[in-house]
Design a protein around this ligand. Sequence first.
Ligand code: UGB
Length: 604
Amino acid sequence: MKPTFSESMELVGLSTNWNNFSDEQKELINTLVENGQTHLFSGWDEPGTNDEAKKEFLESLEKINGNYPGGLVGYISNARKLLAESKAGANPFEGLTPEQPEKVDLTSFTDEFKKYEKIGADYFDKTGVVLVAGGLGERLGYNGIKIDIAVEVLEETTYLKHYADNLLAMQARSESKRPVPFIIMVSQDTGPKTIQSLEENNYFGLQKEQVHILQQELVPAISDNDGALALKEKYELILKPHGHGDIHMLLHTSGVAAKLAAEGIEYFMFIQDTNGPSFNTLPAAIGASVANGYDFNSLAIVRRPGEAVGGLAKLVGNGKEFTLNVEYNQLDPLLRATINPEGDVADETGFSPFPGNCNTLVIKTDSYVRILEATQGIIAEFVNPKYTDETKTAFKKPTRLETMMQDLPKLFGESEKVGVTIFDRMWSFSPNKNNVTDAAAKYASGGPADASATAENDFYAAGRARLEAAGMKVVEGEEIKILGVPFTVGPKVILRPSFAMTLEEGASKISGGSISDQATLIIDGADVSLENVELSGKTGLVVKACSGAKVTVKGKFENDGFELVELGADADVPEYLKIRGYRFENRGAQTFEFTEPGEYVVEA
Ligand code: UGB
């Protein structure tokens, strides 16, 4: 194969290296030069100098070309189009006015809530769970991968284990016992540690085959409006993350979405890396999707104005209407330009009129696979260059195309239905995103802290809510501040998914009883039941039962339980404790563990 570009001084080096390239590389170079990327090959050294760097550069181009549907040419052409629109100042919401979306309100445990949970529970073996875990969590400042952080430190359960436990509980409850597919999107940054964590923990009891790891790749940065790919130095591109919307492309290009849909998976629930409560909402959210015929169901919370979560709105105008997430940086300008000159402010309820996007999504697989096929999984990319001046001809630093997973409905037609299901915040959305210092500042200025301590706090609060819903008397403890972040001292309640996945199931295993404000209760096991259990003072009670062990717990327990020990900001402790500022010490909590099937009674 011959070069199709004309020889120039600039490309002399490239020509003299030509015979060292494979046919595929030659073809790619020709195509890139034809598409305005001559600068990538400008001033190349003669053969024998920097050959390894040239080889690695061409391999990286080939890899990126293969990863992106439409290849590098497709990426460059998408970039040119989006950059032209950005330069022209195109407003993506031109002519559209935000209105309230179609909503299902599940903020309290009503009969409707229980009805939806019941419907959803029948879909446990028709649901796949998709975890997007390619982000580095720079705001949290944690050195490992976020899914390896403990969501609670009484037993130090990591997010990944907690998610796996929920999958195991789902499949244990389905008639078919079919393994729940678990798709994890990783990146170059998170992939190796994610696999290491799975392997070291024997996949947390899951079968290896039910776990699908999809790796997102970085995309090339772009240095100008013509889509010139940016070089870090000769023979090296600048690469940047493409965003969580990559999950759609990967589910398409890997064939996993189509395969699972063909195997009878009807819904995917998409969850974020450190949102512990996601599975509290799963049964009711799937139920709401099924009952209301939603192709796309965005789980939401009541949003605080200015909060860094998108606002969900029905956008109406230009003869169309569609429900979308308006990202937090776009919401204020849209509101100012349309319905409220004051922008992103509270209404008479004290909150934003638009529900906040938890980025937990329930998507119906048959519409999903259809859209993936039509779009190659490239979902509503956008570009956000920072220009040097108002002529918008140069960028302050190279930009790149990005994509967000919640933007899928941008591709929906009239036949696809989008709904929003609103849950109580504690029950549905308590991400672990901010380091202690930032979290304290956010909390001080009236926003949610969204930190390790608040995530753990809400983990226990959800347990308390389940106990209360089952009729147990729960005395809520006082709220203290640890390094400026709020934390309720108790009771600390963990009802593992093995014990209860729905409110109804919890209620069927708990009768009466009470728990005091500083007590701790941890229950793990499908056949454990609590009969008038009373925990007073700081009492701690832990009951764990293997499958087949039927355990009845009764009576009044009293011991010194677990003590919360505050750690100073400079304490010499592992990072997962440092990011929360406390740990627990066992001062005499009673633990009952049953590892053999049988019938047992635990009595105080
Ligand atoms: N993620 C990836 O897997 N790959 C990537 O390239 C990037 C991220 P962030 P963000 O729920 O609080 C989103 O960075 O993007 C994963 C919504 O857009 O924590 O600022 C990453 O590992 C916003 O509408 O969030 O904001 C993590 O699991 C709002 O709802 C997830 O993607 C906000 O989340 C989110 O990444 C929120």
